[in-house]
Write a protein that binds this ligand. Sequence first.
Ligand code: NAD
Length: 295
Amino acid sequence: MAKIGFIGLGNMGGPMAGNLVKAGHAVAGFDLMAANAEAAGKLGVAIAASGADAVRDADVVVTMLPAGKHVLGVWGEVLAAAKPGTLFIDSSTIDVDSARKAHEMATAAGKRAVDAPVSGGVGGAQGATLTFMCGGEDAAFAAAKPILEAMGKKIVHCGAAGAGQAAKICNNMLLGISMIGTCEAFVLAEKLGLSHQALFDVASTSSGQCWSLTSYCPVPGPVPASPANRDYVPGFAAALMLKDLKLSQDAAASAGAATPLGAHAAALYAAFEAAGHGGTDFSGIIEHLRQKAGA
Ligand code: NAD
């Protein structure tokens, strides 16, 4: 079993670190927020006094932080304190450029690195059912895989440094666009006097079929498990969707890709958040689109 340093013990990181403990690893954790560190302590994580202390004896270091600047800041602080060859895994959702920079910093410091963002949310973090999308060299991925398996059920090697983050934001840009498209179809159906169920029955078995419709339907009724049936309590909060859409637009600008629908989806979610709905499930944007239609 490995010695693991875990930095960032928030909504996701706390239960992920707890699952590493459950799998038999020795986990030393650090978080700036004492309450989050304490909660992880109750899951068996040994709480360290600093990030450097958490990584000092580690074979593997996992970070689960808000954004790219936090990851670069923390890695910059702790890389020198870790043993040569230590494997650094970042599971935060961050911009591709920062992810690549983090790999370069790790390599320059004589360490190995994998970017491994997740999908599956807090429920997946608690239940160890996350999907990990990984970027990095083959050997580093092979070393990371058994560690990630203690926290997730699907581990995919997407390619070289930054490829995990690239896969995550491409997928979530498509999800944001497809959710808005699905909502627009229901709003148009309402105006045309077509029932939700009738549109669902046709589109879910026709060429309009997509995950936003069949697994996460934005109107109540057709898919009982979707957040639409419980007043759009997340699920996946609109603020997190907006974060990922912004990352997709940063990446598109940096790489020179044209993503006009991604840009429009980002603008619609920004307006939804500005109207006070950042904590609403992202499928709740249907109400915002209904209001636009009425305006
Ligand atoms: P969170 O805000 O609950 O946790 C982040 C933690 O990092 C906090 O406890 C904070 O105190 C800590 N932190 C920040 N700077 C630090 C530093 N310098 N040193 C030590 N600790 C520091 O966020 P979360 O919901 O756990 O999300 C973490 C990451 O996972 C984000 O990048 C997010 O986009 C991604 N993600 C979240 C979800 C979700 O459903 N919450 C799903 C998929 C991906």
